[in-house]
Design a protein around this ligand. Sequence first.
Ligand SMILES: Cc1ncc(C[n+]2csc(CCOP(=O)(O)OP(=O)(O)O)c2C)c(N)n1
Ligand SMILES: [Mg+2]
Length: 391
Amino acid sequence: MAKGDPGGTTRSRRPAPRSKKGAAGNPELVQLLTPDGERIDSATGPDGTVYRVDFTDEEYRGLYRDLVMVRKLDAEATALQRQGELGLWASLLGQEAAQVGSGRALRSQDMAFPTYREHGVLYCRGIDPIMPLGLFRGVDQGGWDPNEFKFNMYTIVIGAQTLHATGYAMGITMDGKIGNDDGEAAIAYFGDGATSQGDVNEAFVWASVFNAPLVFFCQNNQYAISEPLERQTRVPLYQRAAGFGFPGVRVDGNDVLASFAVTRTALDNARHGQGPSLIEAYTYRMGAHTTSDDPTRYRIASEVESWQAKDPITRVKAFLEKQQIADATFFAEVDEQARRESVHLRERVLNMPNPEPVTMFDHVYPNGSPLLDEQRAKFNRYMESFEGSAH
Ligand SMILES: Cc1ncc(C[n+]2csc(CCOP(=O)(O)OP(=O)(O)O)c2C)c(N)n1
Ligand SMILES: [Mg+2]
């Protein structure tokens, strides 16, 4: 999708589709595009907020391109791990719409705090997709500059980034950078399992009482490794927000349009001083937790099949076809671009140089530290002890 801040307005360009409160059979879910590719003009959230988007045809095609690119690059990374070129990979398969929708809803000044699975958001922030692969190949510690791209480092400690995001968002307020359209906001990504962590609940409390400009974006993909959602909660996750004193909404996380609309509204509310909110993106992890996991041990095939029918990309394609926004030439061109970029990604991964072991001490702190200098010197002496030996 083109750079900039698209799609937040209400220009009506196509025959008015229907409006509804929630999605069919699930009044709790904000949905703007059904699994069959039918557009819903607007949907009303639990607090009465009306959500809608109106993109230009080019913007719709851009969202489709993003979804296809992100899925293809992710599949390539999984293949690279399978061939021994990465140590590990956490696939986003099935969660593309939640990530592209929310990622594209960020305005350029907004700061994102990801987990280890946010490859789609990373892509939307304009970061080279090679960057996380260096981390998972073990040749660097994550190569991007969080300040340049407004995208923090991947965080593997479950839920920890919600506290970092809360502190950052409190800082935005202290710096006086809220209260108008140019105001800043932060967004913290985390999973359904993370909601059971102390860190996340503490972040909810702090963000709430300090009215921090922060959006908590929970991708409920139904599992925390092998633990199903019912082991995390007895109430829908978005309803937890009420107990902390801020709004919560559940969105169809396989619907890129609704994910965009809900995130854009929440971020804009935050930047205007209305405080935090929780978005529960209801989605499904189609693949394994990571390449170290075997999901056939804990879930049944029919469950996976039922979610295949809700595929986030198929429904956008159906919509584009039905509305004649895109034709076969466009779809072929997107596929070809995805193929080319994934080949390019593969070539670059295979050519990543192995770093000198001592470089692991670089970039730990911006200005180093005496303790680190001591450790580096000790490590150098250790490495030198091998010189001239058979090892
Ligand atoms: C503090 C902490 N505890 C345990 C783990 C091991 N661990 C890695 S991923 C994961 C499950 C996370 O599930 P969820 O929050 O739903 O995110 P998902 O992986 O499904 O996106 C766990 C327990 C960890 N990384 N950090
Ligand atoms: Mg999960």
